[in-house]
Design a protein. Structure first.
Length: 37
């Protein structure tokens, strides 16, 4: 993994956690996403 990709993933991960915190759902968004995969 290149350094540029790692840097790009940091804000993406932060956004995912922010969305998780704002939803009233019992399961976080990324858990539902990976459960379907």
């Amino acid at each position: 993994m290149t350094r540029r990709v790692q840097v790009a993933l940091v804000p993406l991960r932060a956004v995912l956690w922010d969305i998780d915190g704002t939803l009233a759902d019992s399961k976080p968004v990324h858990e539902r996403f990976f459960a379907k995969a």
